[in-house]
Design a protein around this ligand. Structure first.
Ligand code: ATP
Length: 891
């Protein structure tokens, strides 16, 4: 029987884009020995079936496609018997072990089974390297194999993670079989160019860079001209103008000038000896991050991984300048080698919780965001186009018309919301992108595609991406350039993601065959459940010990030194000052878009105004029927006063009902403000203008019901004044609540605070205690004059009583009493100015309160970093001040 080398159809990764981390250490190492020895082949198998011991971990052999294992039929037989029926179930497929194969009948059978198994999937480009270039049958076989039907139950043996050497880096690449070259020429060329481009600024090993092929959809979406107004990293079609450095695993001493030239607009972020502590009852302060050093650079994705609570989000917050006020930070964070302030438009941050406007559809949310952020010079159609493309990039086209939904009303799923949040932040292609758990809530395929898009975007646009991630699949893990692995705030590993496996293996914790590497790392260093780890040191090592071994090993490793060297290089270079990525839309556009968006939100959110309208109507019907046709008797003087007081105090007090919705708006504002979408001024104007129609509606409809049922003073102008005054009072209460929200962002606490403030104002507003009876100095001066109820009462009273005459029941008095006399003597109203002045004062208070809101936000923005700066500890002192007393050996 003629034996022909066959290439299995099985592909290591689900999509052609996911290939290529060269240096990933394969679980199985086929031929560390001279290829001619049959015994060697057996050796390699026995090595595979028994995971390396801790000592052996240092010597994880690498698969080498260039090392032919040509002459051992026995070797292949051994391989065969070993592989498919193995109870271990964790072996790599045989073909992976034997880059070049001699004639073997068994081989033929085996390969056919694999072909059956994998029919329908495309032959990965790298498998071509297994075919000896001299074999004329290789091409024929490959073609015929495409037709083999799938049936094998061996699917369960398909490994999840394989080394996937990149075709672009294979020395055998050029001799690939013709048919495949035709199929994949474009993508291979692209990969090669991308790879060479990346090599320039990757310090460790150019082999380890993810160089994925670009699917047609992606090129359609991401290469659109409208997406390219930011300076770009060289892409596949562009040749680097600087000669590439030689591929060198430990090459960190590259020309940094070149980095900054080719990425002049990119952001190099470095942190050195970074500590973050929080107050702790027992020990004063507790370290969350301990002496972290690292860097992130343009075009690359740094993944921060570690067990839950290890400090991933804290690291992101520290780097993004968003630490909580109770934290203290020490160490140095530099942007392009300079001390610069982040946040407020210099970077984009997708936080863990999705703060989105729940009433909007996906399309609306992204469109509004595009209009808010993209330059005014860009035509509206181009903005829309970019929004649509970004939605498609994140795979949201099917739910584009679905409302985001939230509390009480289900809309998008958690994973879909995540993607909307990412969409909004990548619209402008920010230079620095922080992603906190970008794949949480996503299935593995969605996670892969989302991360793949982000990696490609980062590469093409020169974006520096730092992402915290919980448990990436092996395919997602392969996409990352660098990995920062934390445990209890300490660095377990920082370096190329592709070399982490080697690091773990070297230090006695090799990743078992077929286990997802990220799973393995997390299992090894998660001490929350303090289980003995299964592998490494024979299962006798506690997690705590394992962490300590790894932390220590990392500190003394060459990788650590390289990282520190790289950080120093970047710091010395002093790159450009970070430009604000913030909105490029004009202030007028921002106001307009925010007004529109807010108006739509208020319209769709029942709790904002519609519920209030219903309750106001009900209340006004109550008032109208209780005080129905109030008349002009002497007793009606008191009744009018009470009814008007209820309107001024209680109807306006009800404006508090919209506070929860406003707090949600504030959260969105907070996120968008920090990411530089717009400023406080635009938000205040947008919110004020959008609420006017609703407040007018609430003032007019319920106001009319109350006014005309009670038969207050006749004359349309009196009703108009009544309605306007009610409207201004409601705006005023909303402004007051805005101020409260800026200080107390929790809605329950905010409502209590707001209600308390209004209660005090009501008390000293001149109704429950007449102005002249209010105790001096506090209640009369200044409280009576501060309380808006004073002006509201006076306005309503003047509007109602002026011009009326009542019978006088008082003994010895005049038969009648005028409205002016009542105002002066009964209600003790200041008569020196007209009711319109009261209205103007109230309107002035609305403006003042909103300005105060603006002032508070601005002040907090300015003062917070100053306070943080005061408490921050310079790097040289950080060690003495914040040294961890619990674990001094690692400090
Ligand atoms: N401002 C703070 N005040 C008090 N403790 C804090 C503060 N910020 C973070 N911590 C604590 O620091 C630890 C790390 O928190 P962090 O949110 O960074 O963890 P994480 O790794 O992102 O976790 P997860 O993956 O679950 O989101 C937690 O124990 C948390 O309670």
């Amino acid at each position: 029987m003629e034996t022909t080398i066959q290439v299995p159809r099985w592909t290591p990764t689900p999509s052609p884009t996911s290939s290529p981390r060269g240096p990933n250490v394969p679980r199985w190492a086929p031929s560390p020995s001279p290829p001619s020895s049959p015994k060697r082949a057996m050796k390699s198998e026995s090595f595979e079936s028994n995971p390396p011991s801790s000592q052996g971990g240092n010597q994880v052999p690498r698969w080498n496609p260039n090392e032919p294992n040509t002459s051992s039929p026995r070797g292949y037989m051994q391989n065969e018997s070993f592989e498919p029926s193995s109870t271990k179930g964790t072996h790599l497929p045989k073909w992976n072990q034997s880059p070049s194969r001699p004639s073997s009948p068994k081989r033929q059978i085996r390969d056919e089974n694999f072909d059956e198994l994998e029919m329908g999937t495309h032959l990965p480009t790298w498998t071509q390297n297994l075919i000896p270039p001299s074999s004329p049958k290789g091409a024929m076989k490959n073609e015929s194999l495409e037709l083999s039907p799938p049936s094998s139950p061996r699917a369960s043996h398909v490994p999840r993670w394989t080394p996937s050497p990149s075709p672009s880096r294979s020395p055998k690449g050029p001799s690939r079989n013709e048919s495949f070259d035709d199929l994949e020429r474009g993508s291979v060329a692209s990969e090669e160019d991308m790879s060479s481009d990346m090599e320039k600024f990757f310090p460790f090993n150019s082999d380890s860079i993810s160089t994925s092929t670009r699917p047609p959809l992606d090129s359609l979406l991401l290469e659109a001209p409208s997406l390219r107004n930011l300076p770009k990293v060289k892409t596949s079609s562009q040749k680097p103008d600087v000669e590439q450095p030689k591929q060198n695993k430990n090459n960190v001493t590259r020309n940094i000038d070149m980095d900054f030239t080719s990425k002049s607009n990119g952001v190099f972020l470095t942190w050195k000896d970074l500590w973050v502590t929080v107050p702790d009852q027992q020990s004063g302060r507790r370290p969350i991050l301990q002496r972290l050093t690292g860097y992130a650079q343009p075009g690359e994705v740094l993944a921060i991984m570690g067990p839950s609570g290890c400090g991933k989000s804290t690291l992101l917050d520290a780097l993004a300048g968003r630490l909580g006020s109770n934290t203290r930070q020490a160490g140095e964070i530099l942007i392009n080698g300079r001390k610069q302030r982040l946040a407020f438009g210099t970077s984009a941050y997708v936080t863990q919780d999705d703060t989105l406007m729940t009433t909007l559809t996906v399309r609306e949310a992204v469109h509004y965001s595009a209009q808010l952020q993209l330059p005014g010079s860009m035509p509206t159609s181009a903005k829309k186009e970019r929004a649509e493309m970004t939605i498609c990039e994140m795979g949201l086209q099917d739910c584009i018309e679905t409302r985001i939904g939230g509390w009480g009303k289900k809309g998008l799923s958690g994973g879909q919301k995540r993607r909307v949040s990412i969409c909004i932040e990548i619209l402008t292609r920010p230079k620095l992108l922080f992603l906190d758990e970008p794949t949480s809530g996503l299935d593995s395929a969605a996670s892969y595609h989302v991360m793949d898009r982000i990696v490609k975007l980062a590469h093409r646009e020169g974006i520096t991406v730092i992402a915290s991630i919980h448990q990436p699949s092996s395919e997602v893990f392969e996409l990352f350039h660098n990995l920062c692995l934390l445990s209890s705030g300490k660095t377990v590993y920082f370096g190329p993601a592709s070399m982490a496996n080697e690091f773990f293996a070297k230090n006695g914790f090799p990743c078992p065959s077929l286990r997802n590497p990220s799973d393995h790392y997390l299992r090894t260093i998660n001490k929350d459940f303090d289980l003995d780890i299964e592998e490494g040191l024979g299962g006798a090592t506690s997690t705590e010990e394992a962490i300590n071994i790894l932390v220590r090993a990392y500190k003394s490793s060459e990788t650590c030194q390289q990282v520190q060297g790289r950080v120093s290089e970047i710091c010395q270079q002093k790159g450009g000052v970070l430009e604000k990525k913030g909105s490029q839309a004009s202030f007028a556009t921002q106001c307009l878009v925010l007004t529109k968006r807010s108006f739509v939100n208020m319209y769709r959110d029942l709790g904002y105004y519609w519920l209030r309208l219903a309750i106001y109507i009900a209340l006004c019907l109550c008032v109208g029927t209780i005080f129905y046709d109030i008349g002009f008797s002497y007793g009606s003087i008191q009744a009018r006063g009470s009814m008007l007081m209820f309107v001024a105090a209680f109807l306006t007090f009800m404006a508090i009902g919209g506070f929860p919705s406003f707090v949600e708006d504030m959260k969105i504002f907070g996120r968008e403000r920090l990411n530089g979408h717009y400023g406080v001024g635009a938000f205040v104007i947008g919110n004020s203008l959008s609420s006017i129609p609703y407040l007018l509606m609430i003032s007019l409809i319920p106001g009319a019901i109350a006014y005309y049922l009670v038969h207050l003073q006749k004359g349309f102008e009196h009703f108009v004044y009544f309605a306007i005054l009610l409207f201004v009072c409601m705006m005023l209460v909303e402004s007051l609540m805005m101020m409260v929200a800026s200080i107390v962002p929790d809605f329950l606490m905010g409502i209590i605070t707001g209600a308390g403030i209004q209660g005090v104002m009501m008390l000293c507003g001149g109704f429950f205690r007449l102005p002249n009876d209010l105790p001096n100095p506090f209640w009369k001066y200044p409280m009576y004059y501060i309380a808006f109820h004073k002006y509201a009462n006076q306005g309503f009273y003047k509007n109602e009583f002026e011009g009326l005459t009542f019978p006088n029941n008082q003994v010895g008095g005049a038969p009648t009493i005028t409205g002016e006399e009542i105002l002066q003597n009964v209600w003790q109203v200041e008569m020196g100015y007209s009711k319109w002045i009261d209205l103007a004062i109230l309107f002035g208070m609305v403006v003042l309160y909103r300005l105060m809101f603006l002032g508070i936000i601005k002040t907090v923005e300015k003062v917070k970093p100053m306070i943080r700066g005061l408490f921050a500890v310079p790097p040289e002192k950080s060690k003495q001040i914040l040294e961890d007393p619990i674990d001094p050996q690692y400090a």
